[in-house]
Design a protein around this ligand. Structure first.
Ligand code: CU
Length: 139
């Protein structure tokens, strides 16, 4: 293959990549995952995130009187969250998962002399999928 051919195919490749990006601009926008908090549960309780993909967790507390919380402790890979969600309110949490792996999240609320919300079942798992697995999933 001559240099001219190589340059030409490279520029064609770039053009098609750029136009593909243009077409998919909407889907590349930050993904929003809605998690409902209520009745001492997270729904869904198992969250899958793609590595290096910014995401918004929209935490919606549907309980009328009970405040909840979302705690995820892993400062090493940018997943360090501790937010309170008042009854009937919602909070957006922006995450950028940088390391593949699985993490537990839970509600740290507890009334005096009562079981903690975590003990009542308010716990879930957030799993960050490596890039290779994520692209296989998309196919
Ligand atoms: Cu709670």
């Amino acid at each position: 293959m001559t240099i001219l051919h190589k340059t030409l195919s490279l520029s064609l490749l770039l053009t098609s990549l750029l136009s593909a990006n243009g077409l998919h601009a909407e889907s590349v926008a930050t993904k929003i995952i809605e998690i409902t908090l209520g009745d001492y549960r997270y729904m869904p309780a198992n969250i899958l995130l793609d590595i290096d993909q910014a995401v918004v967790l929209r935490l919606v507390n549907v309980d009328a009187f009970t405040p909840h919380n979302f705690t995820l402790e892993d400062a090493s890979d940018g997943l360090d969250v501790n937010v309170d969600i008042p009854a009937g309110d919602s909070v957006d949490v922006h995450l950028m998962p940088l390391v593949a792996g699985s993490h537990v999240f839970y509600c740290r609320n507890k009334l005096w002399l009562m079981d903690s919300h975590r003990d009542k079942g308010m716990v879930g798992a957030l799993t960050v999928i490596p890039a290779q697995q994520a692209s296989q999933q998309a196919q």
